[in-house]
Design a protein around this ligand. Structure first.
Ligand code: NAD
Ligand code: MG
Length: 394
């Protein structure tokens, strides 16, 4: 049996992972599940799945969970905090780690899994955006396997030669084409964008996701983070990666080769496909996803993104080109701005400005240690929080 830990099991990716696992109980054993503050959600999953460990982000929530489990499932060990997350990401029973915590909080446990040579199913793109080369080096040096869960990167991975090994040019790859739905506001005017609400921003036309990534999809910072993610995963330069707006979300991404071939991966927009792909790789297994019916698809459209409407795309490329801790600064400023927008404190249209100011005013440095990354993250959060205060909604 393959032991699986799901970091962030109560989220959208976490749920989809459990759904895929429920179809393959003969192959996988659930070792650990984790949540931030949702005690009841994790309790329910504990009772249904009887994992060895359950981790809550804070000690108080862990105590609640432990009390609730005392009678019905006393064998489940309840842990808490970053230590707890790192323990379950790196323990001997765990073979595969689904990294599905949202944001910077997922960095250290995902890195811990890399250092122990686990198979990492990477949904938490923010971890890679923050730590880039350090993370990729930890994967290589410790013989870990890194499989992308982000649908675009999973598609690119599927379209790359099996023996790719980070050699873009030798493999004849000329471009990586990342598709983007364009989010819920693709056709809104800039004036209309000023008054959009958090719920409108989270109503994605094709994908059902957590609130932070939904807002990132609306601003297209998600695609910006994905450009950075693609550069690290596939050893590409920013100029090798192009974003293509594709409102139907059927083509999940494409790889262009020197001979003019363009390979694409298609499917219904359902995260269980990349999850099942990464869990079974190099084999294939059933995911529960409805099969794509080509006869139902009347059109597939492709457009160039309008950078004046989506400044976050430009900012992400800028951060990657600056290098060092600039991408950690970009990520932290964006996390703060999105949280403040979701809390109703700033406007949707304030998000890119806050990210840009933070990027321009918090100095970036070479990434030589994880401490340096965490410092940059902290400084950027402080700076962005101050800028948000200046923007407070009346
Ligand atoms: P979500 O908000 O639905 O779930 C997040 C999970 O992380 C929850 O289990 C939550 O309890 C946990 N969590 C949040 N903050 C935490 C903290 N401080 N400490 C510990 N745990 C914490 O998010 P999601 O949509 O499932 O996305 C998860 C990750 O996957 C994100 O990085 C996102 O960018 C990426 N991703 C998601 C999708 C998708 O379809 N949902 C697609 C591609 C990539
Ligand atoms: Mg994606």
């Amino acid at each position: 049996m393959i032991g699986v830990t799901i970091l962030g099991s109560t989220g959208s990716i976490g749920f989809n992972t459990l759904d895929v696992l429920s179809r393959h109980k003969d192959l996988f054993e659930l070792i650990a599940i984790t949540a931030n503050k949702n005690v009841n959600g994790l309790l329910e999953q504990c009772l249904a799945w009887q994992p060895k460990f359950a981790v809550m982000a804070d000690a108080g929530s862990a105590r609640h969970l432990s009390n609730a489990l005392e009678r019905e499932a006393p064998d489940i060990k309840v842990l808490s905090g970053q230590d707890g997350l790192e323990t379950v990401a790196s323990c001997a029973e765990t073979n595969y780690v689904m990294a599905a915590i949202v944001g910077a909080a997922g960095l250290m446990p995902t890195l811990a899994a890399a250092k122990k040579g686990k198979r990492i199913l990477l949904a938490n793109k923010e971890a890679l955006v923050m730590s880039g080369k350090l993370f990729m080096d930890a994967v290589k040096e410790n013989g870990a396997e890194l499989l992308p869960i982000d649908s675009e990167h999973n598609a690119v991975f599927q379209c790359m030669p099996q023996d790719f090994g980070g050699r873009l040019k030798q493999s004849g790859v000329t471009r990586i084409l990342l598709t983007a739905s364009g989010g819920p506001f693709r056709t809104k005017t800039l004036e209309e964008l000023k008054n959009v609400t958090p719920d409108e921003a989270c109503a994605h036309p094709n994908w059902d996701m957590g609130r932070k990534i939904s807002v990132d999809s609306a601003t297209m910072m998600n695609k910006g983070l994905e450009i950075i993610e693609a550069c690290w995963l596939f050893n590409a330069a920013v100029d090798n990666v192009e974003v293509v707006i594709h409102p139907e979300s059927v083509v999940h991404s494409l790889v262009e080769y020197a001979d003019g071939s363009v390979l694409a991966q298609l499917g219904n927009p359902d995260m269980r496909t990349p999850i099942a792909h990464a869990m079974a790789w190099p084999k294939r297994m059933e995911s529960g996803v409805e099969k794509l019916n080509l006869f139902d698809i009347t059109q597939l459209n492709f457009e160039k993104p309008d950078l004046s409407r989506f400044p976050c795309l430009r900012l992400a490329k800028q951060a990657m080109n600056r290098g060092g801790t600039a991408t950690a600064i970009l990520n932290a400023a964006n996390e703060v701005a999105v949280e403040q927008f979701l809390g109703g404190l700033i406007r949707y249209t304030d998000i890119p400005g806050i990210v840009e100011k933070t990027l321009d005013n918090v100095g970036h440095e070479p990434v030589d240690s994880i401490g340096r990354v965490l410092d940059a993250d902290k400084q950027a959060r402080e700076y962005a929080t101050e800028r948000c205060r200046e923007q407070l909604c009346p």
